[in-house]
Design a protein around this ligand. Structure first.
Ligand code: HEM
Ligand code: HEM
Length: 177
């Protein structure tokens, strides 16, 4: 039997990551071109949170592959079914790619890495420039995808009223009759 809602652990990780990722998008954007004395602190915060997100996304992918999860509503049109699957896959991909690109770009630029992590790319300034651009563009793509995801969640909650938002609700959920 498939559950009606996501496992409490899956919901906890979803909302913890959502808060951290939205924070990271804003910290990332406010760091660029900022020459004020708070810049080094923002960079350190961004790197440490990015590393925590890398660990969390790996745990989350493990949970997704092992825990049972609720099916989409049976009457959901094929196109929306496809859009849900594709956008979730894109979100997972970007959640994994962002910290890896961050780590790789610090490696290529020869910058210090949190916890003295090893380099995952050769020290090469041209490669650094490409990875820096890729980190920025992937960040904005993640931003856009999260906005579409938010719109879809609201559509399910307010227009279709089909229990999809309830399936990921952060608090306790009552069983439906
Ligand atoms: C989910 C994780 C992450 C998200 C959502 C994120 C997001 C962003 C965004 C939106 C920017 C601004 C891009 C631009 O305008 O060009 C940025 C810049 C940056 N990010 Fe990340 N990032 C993440 C992880 C990381 C990690 C793990 C590191 C390093 C270990 C990192 C290092 C940097 C650096 C060094 C910058 C450039 C700052 C500057 O130019 O002053 N990021 N990030
Ligand atoms: C950074 C922000 C967010 C990210 C990266 C994110 C990511 C994801 C991912 C990858 C899934 C798929 C779960 C799975 O099937 O394994 C999901 C599901 C879901 N999310 Fe988010 N989410 C974010 C924010 C939000 C917000 C703000 C809301 C609500 C307003 C929301 C509502 C939902 C709902 C209702 C589902 C369940 C969809 C289903 O049944 O397949 N998410 N989210």
């Amino acid at each position: 039997m498939k559950p009606e809602v996501f496992h409490p652990l899956a919901r906890l990780v979803h909302w913890l990551m959502a808060i951290l990722i939205i924070g990271m998008l804003f910290i990332g954007v406010s760091m660029v071109g900022d020459l004020s004395p708070r810049h080094p602190l923002l960079v350190e915060l961004h790197k440490a949170t990015g590393l925590a997100l890398l660990v969390l996304v790996i745990v989350r992918i493990g949970l997704r592959l092992t825990l049972p999860h609720p099916p989409l509503p049976a009457d959901l049109p094929a196109f929306q079914r496809f859009a849900a699957g594709a956008s979730h896959l894109l979100l997972y991909g970007l959640m994994l790619a962002m910290p890896l690109l961050g780590w790789a770009m610090l490696s290529a630029g020869g910058y210090p890495r949190p916890l003295q992590l090893p380099a995952i790319a050769p020290h090469d300034l041209q490669l650094y420039a490409v990875l820096r651009q890729a980190h920025g563009w992937a960040g904005y793509l993640l931003f856009a995808t999260v906005l579409v995801h938010l719109g879809a969640a609201l559509m399910h909650a307010l227009v279709r009223r089909d229990g999809v938002l309830r399936s990921m609700w952060p608090g306790p959920v009552r069983r439906s009759e």
